[in-house]
Design a protein around this ligand. Structure first.
Ligand SMILES: N[C@@H](CCC(=O)N[C@@H](CS)C(=O)NCC(=O)O)C(=O)O
Length: 190
C-alpha cells in the first residue's frame, strides 16, 4: 500500500497510526500541502479532490478521506467494535469529528502555526464547545465507543493532542488530557 500524506497533518497521521497499530506494511509518500504537491497532475490522478491523506491499496485501487481510509484498513480488526450499536457509536464520533471538531481545532492550528494569523473567534468558540463535549463524555467512559480503543479515539486524538498549537488551553479538560495520554501509549506515539 502507498500512503500519500503530509506529516504535519493529523488527518494523515490517523492513517499512519492505524496502519502501524495493525502492523500493515506501507510506503509513506510525503506529499506537502504547503508546497503544492497535492495539486500536481500526478497526485490528482490518485485523489481528484487534491487532498491528503490518500492511499493506493495493494490491488491498485485509490481511496481518500482519512476516516474512510482507516475504516477500510481496520476492517475485521479490534479497532472496530463487533457490537452493532458500539460500531455505530464509533461512526457517530467519526462523523462528528469531521463536521464539528476538525473544522475548528485543526483549522485554528493551521491558521496560527502555518499561516501566522489569529483564528477567527467563532472557530475558537466552536473548538471550545467540541472540547467541552469530549470532556463531559470522558467523565463517564474511558473510550469514545464501547469499552476499548476504537477508530473513534484514533480519529479524535489526531487534532486534540495538538489543540494547544491552535491556541486551545487543555488545562480545564483533565479528562481529555488523561485520554490523550492513554491514546499515546496505546498507539505508541508522542
Ligand atoms: N476530510 C478530509 C480532509 C482532507 C484535508 O483537508 N486535507 C488537507 C490536509 S489536512 C489537504 O490536503 N489540504 C490541501 C488542499 O486542500 O489543497 C480527510 O479527513 O481526509
Amino acid at each position: 500500500m502507498k500512503i500519500f500524506g503530509d506529516s504535519i497533518s493529523g488527518n494523515c497521521l490517523k492513517v499512519k497510526w492505524t496502519a502501524d497499530y495493525l502492523g500493515l506494511p506501507y510506503e509513506w509518500i510525503e506529499t506537502g500541502v504547503l508546497n503544492g504537491e497535492t495539486r500536481t497532475l500526478q497526485f490528482l490522478a490518485v485523489n481528484p479532490a487534491g487532498q491528503v491523506p490518500a492511499v493506493i491499496l495493494d490491488d491498485g485501487r485509490p481511496l481518500a478521506q482519512s476516516n474512510a481510509i482507516i475504516a477500510h484498513l481496520a476492517e475485521g480488526s479490534d479497532l472496530i467494535p463487533d457490537d452493532p450499536y458500539d460500531r455505530a457509536k464509533m461512526f457517530e464520533w467519526m462523523f462528528w469529528e469531521q463536521y464539528s471538531h476538525e473544522p475548528a481545532i485543526a483549522v485554528a492550528r493551521f491558521a496560527r502555526v502555518y499561516r501566522g494569523v489569529e483564528p477567527d473567534p467563532k472557530i475558537m468558540e466552536r473548538g471550545e464547545a467540541a472540547l467541552r463535549l469530549m470532556e463531559k463524555t470522558l467523565h463517564t467512559q474511558a473510550w469514545f465507543a464501547g469499552d476499548r480503543l476504537s477508530l473513534a479515539d484514533v480519529s479524535l486524538v489526531a487534532y486534540t493532542r495538538v489543540a494547544h498549537e491552535g491556541g486551545f488551553n487543555l488545562a480545564p479538560y483533565p479528562g481529555v488530557r488523561g485520554w490523550i495520554s492513554l491514546l499515546e501509549s496505546a498507539l505508541g506515539i508522542g
